[in-house]
Design a binder for this molecule. Structure first.
Ligand code: SF4
Ligand code: SF4
Length: 145
C-alpha cells in the first residue's frame, strides 16, 4: 500500500489537533464488524467531494495512493450536502469484512471513527447501522445546565 512518511505525519498532526479540540464529544458503542466504513469512503479535494469518475481517475494518476480504492456507489439525497459524491471501497477489505493489512493499516483507519467536532457541526453522523455513535461529553453537558 502506498502510504508515505508524509502521509503518516499529516495524519498524526490531524490526529493530535482533533484530540485536543474534541472534548465536547465522546464516542459510545462498539464495532459490529459490518465493514461498511471500508466500503463507503468519501474523498474530497479543495473543490469538494469527488463526484466524477474522471476526477477520480485523474487523482489515481497523480496520487498512487488512490489506486487502493474503487468506486462503490454514489450518494443520492438532494437534501444532503454530500449529494452526488462518489463513495469508494478499499481494496483491502475481505469478503468477510476483515482488513487484509490490519497491522499496517493507515492511521485514519486506526482512529476511525474519530471525533471531529467540525464534521459533527456540519451534520456528519455515523454510517447507518454502525455500532458507534457520538454523544455530548458529560462534563460539557454540565456547562449547559
Ligand atoms: S461501520 Fe461501524 S460497525 Fe461497521 S465496521 Fe465500521 S466502525 Fe464497525
Ligand atoms: S486499510 Fe483496512 S481498515 Fe483501512 S479502509 Fe482498507 S480495509 Fe478498511
Amino acid at each position: 500500500m502506498k502510504y508515505s512518511f508524509k502521509n503518516f505525519i499529516e495524519d498524526l498532526i490531524f490526529d493530535i489537533k482533533t484530540k485536543l479540540f474534541s472534548s465536547k464529544y465522546i464516542l459510545k458503542g462498539k464495532c459490529k464488524r459490518c465493514g461498511n466504513c471500508c466500503r463507503n469512503i468519501l474523498f474530497s479535494t479543495k473543490e469538494g467531494y469527488i463526484k466524477s469518475k474522471e476526477l477520480f481517475e485523474t487523482m489515481q494518476k497523480k496520487y498512487p495512493y488512490y489506486r487502493n480504492f474503487k468506486i462503490s456507489g454514489v450518494i443520492q439525497d438532494k437534501k444532503d450536502f454530500q449529494n452526488g459524491a462518489l463513495t469508494f471501497e478499499c481494496k483491502f477489505i475481505s469478503k468477510d469484512n476483515r482488513c487484509k493489512i490490519y497491522f499496517f493499516r493507515p492511521l485514519f483507519c486506526r482512529d476511525y471513527p474519530d471525533i471531529n467536532p467540525n464534521l459533527i457541526y456540519n451534520g456528519v453522523t455515523m454510517l447507518d447501522n454502525c455500532g458507534y455513535y457520538f454523544d455530548i461529553n458529560k462534563d460539557f453537558k454540565s456547562y449547559l445546565k
